[in-house]
Ligand binder design. Sequence first.
Ligand code: FES
Length: 127
Amino acid sequence: MSTEPTTIFVCTVCRQGDDADSRPGQLFFEALHQRLAADAEPTLRVQAVECLAVCKRPCTVAFASAGKWTYVIGDLDANSHVEEIIVAAKGFAATGNGIVAWKERPACFKKGVVSRTPPLGLDALKN
Ligand code: FES
């Protein structure tokens, strides 16, 4: 198990369709922040950000940790996916390289994954 902390970045400025007043990402961030504060989970932290460049697939989050692949996940709903994202992030945190086995990924992670980006210094032959 990796001891590096995992950050869940959450885009808080996504809008739902043409509704200028909707802030689904802000709702997702607040729900996740509240849930993690209640859980006192020391390996996960949540960080609000403005745009992850996946604006047409709100809500959007990214998992990142030193020395690991970074995953961007979209199509999330604050009412139904917060617990799945916590499970996914804990799975990510438990890996040495950030790659979570497909069969261990919650449904929203499988369906919503947008991209993965290698860590700096990756030795491609070993990953
Ligand atoms: S505004 Fe949320 S990803 Fe761009």
